[in-house]
Design a protein around this ligand. Structure first.
Ligand code: HQG
Length: 169
């Protein structure tokens, strides 16, 4: 199931064409087409979607899409949302000098990914090594005109976080 989940992420976020798929502008693909393209079964796809630790996918009206994390161009059409006072970002020490100097940037993704809880940020950072947690002054950013969106699986997204809004937690 983890293997299938990773393949689903790959084709719904990064390289649909490598499975012969085309996403619509909002990232959706017909579920039957998707199942066939991945040479899997509806049941297995449904099991991954329902059991996914991070609720990475949504199935709606016979279509499937990834909730966030795309590198291909998609317009998720998420509404602007009011963030909590602070949000968190998990990274590693090696990236800190650049981050504190130029702020958080989306790198290969569309947006910077932020978490509402320290726990989640720790998990995100721990993917790369010993996690270092940054606190983001989200309310202040919002008041200064920066936009936040929240994905269907509760990942907070913003274009960039300039250095003045960051502090090491
Ligand atoms: C770092 C997973 C240098 C940033 C997770 C991160 C998340 C900078 C890396 C989701 C930088 C980008 C996203 C700068 C940011 N200079 N390094 N100016 N700005 N960075 O994977 O947040 O399993 O694109 O700290 O759970 O780690 O895919 O972002 O270390 O929600 O669903 O550059 O990926 O979700 O890495 O993770 P990523 P992320 P999934």
């Amino acid at each position: 199931m983890i293997r299938l989940s990773k393949r689903m992420s790959k084709h719904l976020r990064h390289s649909p064409e490598s499975a012969g798929l085309t996403l619509d502008p909002a990232g959706w693909v017909d579920l039957d087409t998707f199942v066939r393209a991945l040479r899997t079964t509806h049941d297995d796809v449904l099991e991954v979607v329902a059991g996914n630790d991070k609720q990475r996918f949504t199935i709606e009206d016979g279509r499937i899409r990834a909730n966030q994390g795309h590198t291909v161009e998609v317009e998720l059409d998420l509404p602007v949302a009011e963030p909590p006072a602070v949000l968190y970002h998990g990274t590693i020490a090696k990236f800190l000098p650049d981050i504190l100097n130029e702020g958080l940037r989306p790198m290969f993704r569309h947006d910077v990914h932020l978490s509402a809880t320290v726990d989640t940020a720790v998990r995100v950072g721990a993917r790369r090594g010993k996690p270092v947690i940054l606190e983001v002054a989200a309310h202040k950013m919002r008041a200064d005109g920066h936009e936040f969106r929240v994905s269907a699986n509760n990942v907070w997204l913003t274009q960039a976080v300039p250095p003045p809004y960051l502090k090491v937690w």
